[in-house]
Write a new protein. Structure first.
Length: 161
């Protein structure tokens, strides 16, 4: 084998090794039981009666904040399938600047932002009081769990970008 062929072979092998090291993780194969457990949490959350509208708005807003393109697309589609208007979905990103959302939806979106960004300046006491004007204790728990789970899924999906 001549020197050029040897160099090409080494270069090809090096590129192949680099591609393998940088490929997206295959969590479905690597940790299937973990993903299945995460999916079961959603069934448990759903039993607490949080409205599907709030559910969709929260998932979309957290996904926007986290810049998870896959999740933004998926949650926008799911919301539309459940009857949400494109006009409202287009304005979720500026929910606090428009009058398209009810006070309950605004409270849920504010809570989503506070728990997603973990802004130390956020007044979580005031946000909790605002939530209690619109939601039961169980619904607040389901809302908080929904925010936690979408942040978890965003991070899993972002790790594949």
């Amino acid at each position: 084998m001549n020197e050029t062929n040897t160099l090409e072979k080494v270069l090809t092998e090096t590129q192949s090794m680099a591609a393998e090291r940088t490929r997206a993780p295959d969590y479905e194969t690597a940790v299937p039981e973990v993903l299945k457990a995460f999916l079961r949490v959603h069934g448990a959350i759903d039993r607490y009666g949080l409205s599907r509208t709030i559910h969709h708005l929260v998932q979309l807003r957290a996904s926007q904040i986290n810049r998870c393109g896959f999740c933004v697309e998926m949650h926008s589609r799911e919301a539309r399938e459940d009857g949400e208007s494109g006009e409202r979905l287009d304005r979720v990103i500026v929910w606090d600047q428009v009058d398209h959302f009810s006070p309950a939806e605004q409270a849920a979106l504010a809570w989503t932002e506070a728990l997603t960004t973990l802004d130390p300046a956020a007044d979580r006491r005031a946000l909790r009081a605002r939530l209690r004007n619109h939601f039961s204790e169980e619904e607040i728990g389901a809302l908080t769990a929904t925010v936690a789970m979408i942040n978890l899924w965003n991070r899993i999906n972002i790790s594949r970008h």
